[in-house]
Write a protein that binds this ligand. Structure first.
Ligand code: 13P
Length: 327
């Protein structure tokens, strides 16, 4: 059927499909240097370039990773780094049939005139950079209509610019889990945010077949008195997505958003218990890396054990993507 013609249309569709392939998901290691520093300090390491390189090398050279991981989102520094024996990280990924991705935003700043919300810088000059971009929407004090509109419009501009440059945009309006609100309130906010995001994606002529989404799951606020089980989270999240996301979109790659490793796996598994219109998978950072970091402790003799820990989580989430995980 007719689709908007562009220099990269076929390639975008192919890349998005490759990333959204059965039993695979995204390893998000696009922590900015500041965030990576927080992770390293949790195991007593200084935030130096050699330490960041050593940690990313550990992750990316894990043997067999490509069986479970289809894409890796990198921070700009990592994109240009190599292994200690001189192989570009990007080539390490290609050899494992993992699509490299790049974080293109320039961080969060306050959004004036909103309910203390923030937006994400980086549209300026984006044409020469591109892939993951998010705008934060906070539920307890918002979301203000201004923050939702700004997030949706900014994401749509980013998606159009990325596609024009041959890069598959990962569209991520991050609805924060903080707050003591019930799950119904999260559903209401998520529906509002995704309605506007898709409205503006269409207005900007974005090719839906060539994007990936990175939503937060629909859960009660992190400080809410009752926790929801995976079945409930799956029901609310899928209901929201079915109401708002066209089936032309190939993949839904959830962020973990501070859930424990096990919660993130069980929730994904619950969402894959019945057929979905899209590939429903993961783009986890913390829920793939927490045990890896603790196991590594910055010691060369622990690298192998840490890589095994990464494979354990990657395989668990791969099975969860197929709806076949059992604890
Ligand atoms: P978490 O899985 O830790 O929420 O991070 C995902 C993410 O957005 C990184 O790009």
């Amino acid at each position: 059927l007719p689709i908007r013609a562009g220099a990269y249309t076929d390639e975008l569709i192919k890349t998005a499909k490759t990333i959204a392939s059965p039993g695979r998901g995204i390893l998000a290691i696009d922590e900015s240097n500041a965030t990576c520093g927080k992770r390293l300090s949790s195991i007593g390491l200084d935030n130096t370039e050699p330490n960041r390189q050593a940690y990313r090398q550990l992750l990316l050279t894990t043997p067999g990773l490509g069986e479970y991981i289809s894409g890796a989102i990198l921070f700009e520094e990592t994109l240009y780094q190599s292994t200690t024996d001189g192989k570009k990280f990007v080539d390490v990924l290609h050899d494992q049939k993992i699509v490299p991705g790049i974080k293109v935003d320039k961080g969060l700043v306050p959004l004036p005139g909103s309910n203390n919300e923030s937006w994400c810088q980086g549209l300026d000059g984006l044409s020469s950079r591109s892939a993951e971009y998010y705008k934060q929407v906070s539920i307890p004090c918002g979301p203000s209509a201004l923050a939702v509109k700004e997030a949706a419009w900014g994401l749509a501009r980013y998606a159009a610019i990325s596609q024009d440059n041959g890069l598959v945009p990962i569209v991520e309006p991050e609805i924060l889990l903080d707050g003591d609100h019930p799950i119904e309130r999260t559903l209401e906010v998520a529906e509002k945010v995704w309605a506007e995001v898709f409205y503006y994606l269409a207005e900007n002529n974005v090719i839906f077949e060539g994007i990936l989404l990175k939503p937060s799951m629909v859960t009660p606020g992190a400080e809410h008195k009752e926790r929801a089980n995976p079945e409930t989270i799956a029901k609310y999240t899928l209901t929201m997505l079915k109401r708002r996301v066209p089936p032309a979109v190939p993949g839904i790659m959830f962020l973990s958003g501070g859930q424990s490793e096990m919660e993130a796996t069980l929730n994904l598994h619950a969402m894959n218990q019945s057929p979905n219109p899209w590939h429903v998978s993961f783009s986890y950072a913390r829920a793939l890396q927490n045990t890896v970091l603790k196991t590594w402790q910055g010691r060369p003799e622990n690298v192998e054990a840490a890589q095994k820990a990464l494979l354990v989580r990657a395989k668990a989430n791969s099975l969860a993507q197929l709806g076949k995980y059992s604890a």
